[in-house]
Design a protein around this ligand. Structure first.
Ligand code: ADP
Length: 325
């Protein structure tokens, strides 16, 4: 389906600085600092209870911080003149009124924020719900509600989108659709922050990650950089000879297990080096997803990892992970 790409007034940065929020003296968000720039789709990632929703609620003026600040284009949400025209938000698609139709929902939102009714029809098409516009939301699937929720966020033609778990309940086609929608929004200069507790969902959609656990920042950066950090895993029949060869070429490595090293070389280059040095390799693989995997396993011990958070690589090794002979 072709949807009109949503346009965004470019140039609005989201800033979270030293944000802290306590519930009964326990910090839900703890001195959290990060930034989302125009043109990027940032995944806000962390296990359930990490503090994602709390952060998004503060960012969108629904909760107050105990310390620190959350700014939209340098201004707190509550001080924005026409907030829905600047920041579109979807916090919980289940909260949509079941008795209204999809189109009524969008028209009502448009009227409330001073947009023309025609914007509702435009957005209905944008989120792929033209066929279901006359149906009551109560009869929508969860995925359809997610689409409508994103539509509500888009009504004001905002520069920023803040979406809490938008991929939840979407089938693979829905996730693909969302990725394209958010990409075109960001490419037009928009800023996107979306939360998820599922690595797989986020990885396909975002270009940056902000990973939190227990209210604190664990990692922040470009998706490519976070995955690159992992490098290549290699083991050789003669581990000492392998280490000597790496040392001789000035290539950094870390011992990952008794037999395995992680080297800062592409797998192909490691293979070439082994050939040149006449080393017999017993395994060679990239850990392209390993960096993220490690982040997740370091957040909490395996037993406590919620089902959705198990990294995809743990379930489905990629071809590149398989040892080569
Ligand atoms: P996430 O969105 O990452 O799942 P939340 O922001 O919902 O995490 O929750 C972070 C922590 O704050 C959790 O321990 C949660 O129980 C607590 N919390 C969130 N909202 C409230 C509230 N209104 N009252 C008390 N505790 C809350």
């Amino acid at each position: 389906m072709t949807a009109t790409p949503p346009s965004a007034a470019p140039g609005t940065t989201l800033e979270v600085r030293g944000l802290t929020k306590r519930y009964r003296s326990r910090p839900a968000v703890d001195a959290l600092t990060f930034e989302c720039r125009p043109g990027t789709v940032t995944g806000f990632l962390g296990p359930n209870g990490a503090g994602k929703s709390t952060t998004l609620r503060i960012l969108t003026g629904l909760a107050r911080a105990d310390a620190g600040e959350a700014l939209v284009g340098g201004i707190p949400y509550r001080s924005l003149d026409q907030p829905a025209r600047i920041l579109g938000v979807m916090l919980d698609a289940r909260a949509l009124h079941g008795g209204r139709t999809g189109l009524e929902t969008l028209r009502l939102t448009a009227r409330t924020i001073g947009m023309p009714a025609s914007r509702a029809d435009e957005v209905l098409a944008m989120v792929g719900l033209q066929e279901a516009g006359a149906q009551r939301v109560g009869g929508y699937s969860y995925g359809m509600r997610q689409r409508l929720g994103i539509g509500v966020a888009l009504i004001g033609d905002p520069a920023v989108l803040v979406l809490d778990e938008p991929a939840n309940g979407l089938d693979p086609e829905g996730i693909r659709w969302m990725r394209l929608l958010l990409r075109s929004f960001a490419d037009a200069g928009g800023t996107v922050l979306l939360s998820s507790h599922q690595l797989r969902e986020v990885e396909a959609t975002v270009d940056r990650l902000v990973v939190i656990s227990q209210g604190r920042l664990v990692r922040e950066g470009a998706l490519a950089d976070l995955t690159e950090q992992a490098g290549t895993r290699v083991s050789a029949l003669d581990p000492q000879a392998l280490r000597r060869a790496l040392d001789a070429h000035g290539i950094a490595y870390e011992q990952r297990s008794a037999t395995e090293l992680e080297v800062s070389l592409a797998a192909e280059d490691m293979g070439r080096l082994a050939l040149r040095e006449q080393l017999v390799l017993t395994s060679l693989g990239t850990t392209a997803r390993g960096g993220l995997e490690e982040v997740f396993f370091s957040l909490t011990d395996r037993a406590a990892v919620p089902a959705g958070i198990v990294p995809a690589a743990a379930e489905q090794p990629r071809a590149a992970d398989a040892p080569t002979r």
